[in-house]
Design a protein around this ligand. Structure first.
Ligand SMILES: Cc1cc2nc3c(=O)[nH]c(=O)nc-3n(C[C@H](O)[C@H](O)[C@H](O)COP(=O)(O)OP(=O)(O)OC[C@H]3O[C@@H](n4cnc5c(N)ncnc54)[C@H](O)[C@@H]3O)c2cc1C
Length: 402
């Protein structure tokens, strides 16, 4: 891990901070109440060039990489975590294309995303296939030259606002390892429609909907990579790239909650003194600050591992997603505690951070799944520890392999 935060990442973080301070924070409550897509914010993000951050230069982006993406998500989420994910989901939707698209597909689909002219969504989860995404039921069947997609996806973030949908479907139900393929579906294609629009606890600035595919017909030009059977592999690689983004959302969220809590603690007086002078409040602030900083640097380390093609990226991505999102929940809950009764009220900005935090522990793999991923990878790494066996007494009641 040579570079952690490049000059480009710092630059794009600063650009995002300027937009977040000027536009996002003043509008955060409005869109939380309205639960509508914030087009006025989307236009500002596009004008600032932020949708090109993670897209390679060859396809109209800035090629600034995943650490830069994380810096942007962090700054936006510090002002409004809902806007953080409204932006980051475009990276999630376009990663499969960057990872596996054909040259023609990349040239066609990526430049309008980089300019913020087209938005994209990621359709993996279904009603009966969440953590077990491989158990999906949406089918794509070859009929002549076309693929015909039938099924329903659940929880499509950006659904309705997006112009493009990366859709995973079963193409070979008999195969164990090559069952699933990914397709690009465009808004307006016959058979594609938006179903239920969810009414959510948090991240209310971004729509989350059901997407329905009722005989959507696409050619091989819309089959990701032009080859069937690699969809599951590409979806897992996509999650390795995207989980640092969710973790960055959590870090920004936690920092935003800490900012308000710290300020409030220095202004609110009880017993004739600011509450920040009480040691139990200081203990909370110190704990929050240390955890936010630890989470932040773990996110940068994981994002940097993606940028450098590090082979340990799966474990690091799961670790940062798990750790940062637990920190976000804890820090935002403590921030409400520091605000006391006012923190519980909707006319104060702090309860929104706590509501927004909860989903970060659930989506892009619930944290129980992250821990499974971490443990599986750790156990694989155990073979490199064999040289330590000589220090472990062999008379213990353990059946060591020969
Ligand atoms: C607001 C929101 C936005 C979303 N956005 C998208 C999106 O844009 N695209 C998309 O494809 N999906 C999206 N999702 C789906 C999200 O990724 C899933 O909700 C998540 O993966 C969990 O799946 P599930 O809800 O079906 O829960 P389940 O899989 O039913 O899990 C329920 C509980 O059981 C636990 N559990 C499950 N399996 C195991 C196991 N083997 N060991 C231990 N515990 C286990 C889980 O951790 C969880 O606590 C979104 C979800 C929400 C709520």
């Amino acid at each position: 891990m040579r570079t952690i935060v490049s000059d480009a990442a710092i630059h794009w973080g600063q650009v995002a901070k300027e937009v977040a301070d000027r536009v996002v924070r003043p509008l955060a409550t409005k869109y939380d109440r309205l639960q509508e897509y914030p087009w006025e914010i989307q236009k500002e993000l596009a004008a600032a060039g932020l949708f090109g951050v993670w897209i390679p230069k060859a396809y109209g982006g800035h090629g600034a990489g995943i650490v830069a993406l994380c810096k942007v998500v962090e700054e936006l989420s510090r002002a409004c975590p809902g806007v953080g994910v409204m932006y980051a989901v475009n990276a999630l939707g376009s990663f499969p294309m960057i990872i596996a698209g054909t040259e023609a597909q990349k040239e066609r689909f990526l430049p309008p995303i980089a300019k913020g002219e087209k938005l994209i969504a990621f359709c993996l989860s279904e009603k009966f296939a969440g953590s077990d995404a491989g158990g999906m039921r949406t089918r794509a069947i070859k009929e002549g030259d076309d693929w015909v997609i039938r099924g329903e996806k659940k929880w499509t973030t950006n659904g309705g606002a997006a112009d493009l949908y990366t859709v995973f479907a079963v193409t070979d139900p008999e195969s164990k390892s090559r069952r699933i393929s990914a397709f690009m579906v465009e808004k307006g294609m016959p058979g594609f429609s938006i179903g239920k629009i969810e009414d959510k606890m948090g991240i209310r600035a971004v729509p989350v909907v059901e997407t329905h595919f009722n005989g959507v017909r696409v050619g091989d030009s819309h089959l990701l990579g032009g080859k069937a059977g690699m969809g599951f592999v590409h979806s897992m690689q996509t999650l390795d790239w995207a989980r640092p983004g969710v973790a960055a959302q959590a870090v920004g969220l936690a920092q935003g909650a800490l900012d308000y809590a710290l300020l409030y603690a220095t202004k609110r007086n009880q017993f004739g003194a600011p509450i920040s002078s009480f040691q139990m409040i200081q203990e909370m602030l110190a704990d929050m600050s240390a955890k936010v900083d630890a989470a932040r640097w773990l996110v940068y380390a994981a994002a940097s591992a993606v940028d450098e093609g590090d082979s340990h990226v799966t474990k690091l991505a799961a670790e940062c997603k798990y750790f940062a999102t637990e920190v976000a929940m804890e820090v935002s809950t403590k921030a409400v505690q520091i605000f006391g009764g006012y923190g519980y009220m909707r006319d104060y900005p702090i309860e929104k951070f706590m509501r927004d935090a909860k989903i970060t522990q659930i989506y892009e793999g619930a944290n129980q799944i992250q821990k499974l991923v971490i443990a599986r990878n750790l156990i694989k790494e155990a073979q490199h520890l064999d040289h330590l066996m000589k220090y472990i007494p062999t008379e213990v009641h353990c059946d060591y392999p020969a």
